[in-house]
Design a protein around this ligand. Structure first.
Ligand SMILES: Cc1cc2nc3c(=O)[nH]c(=O)nc-3n(C[C@H](O)[C@H](O)[C@H](O)COP(=O)(O)OP(=O)(O)OC[C@H]3O[C@@H](n4cnc5c(N)ncnc54)[C@H](O)[C@@H]3O)c2cc1C
Length: 427
């Protein structure tokens, strides 16, 4: 079997990368180890309106449960900061239906989808030789038309329905999630850190189902806890943590149990039990290089989740479109060496690099604050003019914009004291 591009992993990022490779003329195979798209789910399913648009989708009843227009940020001392954008800013989705919608688009664009097909190895053959041949003998353009290589560039070993097979690919895109085998097989680095997350979907009497609730502080060391309403009766309640900040004997599950049992605000609304239980890892801090000869990695496989919120669908989809296009172009040119594919590294860094770098600094700074410092910071934000700035410039995909505005506005000495020096170091 020969393909120009083989994408491993039919999550939102893999389906988008495959669709873009097909749109750019490549013969594409998308392989998924599970027998069903979008399952199991490891996600809260809170997607900004921009994330949905970045996937070329319109919000639809097919996958949207609810839309939210803001957040209540609950400080450890119980004070609540209301942030109200007064218009829908994000959707709460069924990830299963969302992922299936994206896989359908990929198939409609000409992608061949193979379920129960697990990537188990990767071998590179003849990459440089074929690349050189294509360039010196016929030139790039001609080689696209006539010199389509017969010899395989990358041999992807898979188990299809449990049976070993080899698939030949011009380029393999690893979109195989946080535990990416493709990154490992290709000798690419791993994300800097993985934040373990746990979540239940459970009966929860929302204060207002147009708002998510965020709980930074020691109940979720190094990150935050959340409630995300599907409707006024059911929410997804979860948290993620920085493992190195967990106390003796603490685990993400024990933190969540404690949060449900003893946070006064949550305890009063949580109805007990659970309808769903999710565990997963959020990879933050992309490795320096996300491509090599014949292979590139994208999405969680490349540590592209936002360090401030843990959201990975928006940055992953953005990078997937670049990855799909570059992989297709390189394969059709017959030039799939790391030199050609590094165009992907350059472009995804240009699109995402700054925001992810600043996000990492914010993640580390906020994650290390003690509860009393968080109380002070959140109190310092609770003024009409600051809330107005947050409403106007707050953006869950580009948090650096509002940070910069807040510091430049300089309209609160208290905020400057709590946060100003740090934020200045980010820019
Ligand atoms: C608790 C939690 C909550 C989250 N909440 C949000 C949120 O609200 N919003 C948001 O934007 N992000 C959220 N995320 C992050 C988000 O889930 C990921 O960033 C996103 O799913 C990444 O998409 P992906 O396609 O790169 O990887 P994945 O969605 O993980 O897809 C990878 C696919 O590859 C397949 N695969 C893996 N290995 C192989 C193999 N060897 N062969 C074949 N197939 C393989 C898997 O089965 C899977 O289908 C959350 C994460 C966690 C853990």
């Amino acid at each position: 079997m020969n393909y120009d591009v083989v994408v491993v992993g039919a999550g939102p990022v893999g389906s988008t990368a495959a669709r873009y490779a097909a749109k750019h003329g490549a013969k594409v195979l998308l392989v998924e180890e599970h027998s069903s798209i979008g399952s199991p789910v490891g996600c809260t399913g809170l997607l900004s309106t921009r994330a949905v648009a970045e996937c070329d989708l319109r919000p639809s009843d097919e996958f949207v449960f609810n839309s939210v227009r803001g957040a209540f940020v609950h400080a450890p001392d119980g004070q609540s900061l209301p942030i109200d954008a007064k218009q829908a800013k994000a959707y709460v989705v069924s990830r299963k239906s969302f992922d299936r919608t994206l896989a359908t688009l990929a198939v409609e664009a000409g992608v061949e989808l193979s379920l129960r097909t697990k990537a188990v190895g990767l071998e590179k053959t003849g990459l440089e030789k074929a690349g050189l041949k294509a360039e010196t003998e016929t030139g790039r353009k001609e080689s696209t038309k006539e010199g389509r290589k017969k010899d395989p560039f990358v041999k992807l070993k898979v188990l299809r329905n449990g049976k070993p097979e080899t698939i030949n690919a011009g380029v393999v895109i690893g979109a195989d999630g946080v535990k990416s085998r493709i990154a490992r097989y290709a000798g690419l680095g791993m994300p800097e850190r993985v934040l373990p997350g746990v979540q239940v979907e459970a009966p929860y009497a929302s204060e207002d189902s147009d708002f998510v609730e965020l709980f930074p502080g020691s109940q979720a060391p190094g990150f935050f806890a959340w409630t995300v309403p599907l409707n006024e009766r059911i929410s997804r309640i979860g948290l993620a943590v920085e493992p190195k900040l967990l106390g003796q004997g603490e685990t993400p599950v024990s933190c969540l149990q404690k949060f449900l049992d003893s946070n006064p605000h949550v305890k009063a609304r949580y109805g007990g039990g659970m309808l769903d239980f999710v565990v997963g890892g959020i990879p933050i801090g992309p490795p320096e290089k996300t491509c090599t000869d014949g292979v590139l990695v994208v999405g969680d496989a490349a540590g592209q989740a936002k360090p401030t919120s843990g959201g990975g669908v928006y940055p992953g989809a953005l990078a997937a479109k670049i990855a799909g296009r570059i992989a297709a172009e390189a394969a059709l040119e017959g030039n799939t060496g790391s030199g050609r594919l590094s165009e992907y590294d350059r472009l995804r860094r240009k699109a995402l690099g700054k925001e992810l770098d600043i996000g990492m600094k914010v993640h580390d700074h906020i994650g290390k604050l003690e509860d009393r410092q968080l109380n002070e910071l959140i109190a310092s934000l609770n003024t009409p003019s600051i809330l107005e700035t947050i409403t106007e410039y707050g953006d869950m995909d580009h948090p650096s914009v509002v940070l910069k505005k807040l510091v430049l506005s300089g309209n609160s000495l208290r905020l400057m004291k709590a946060f100003g020096t740090f934020v200045r170091t980010c820019f």
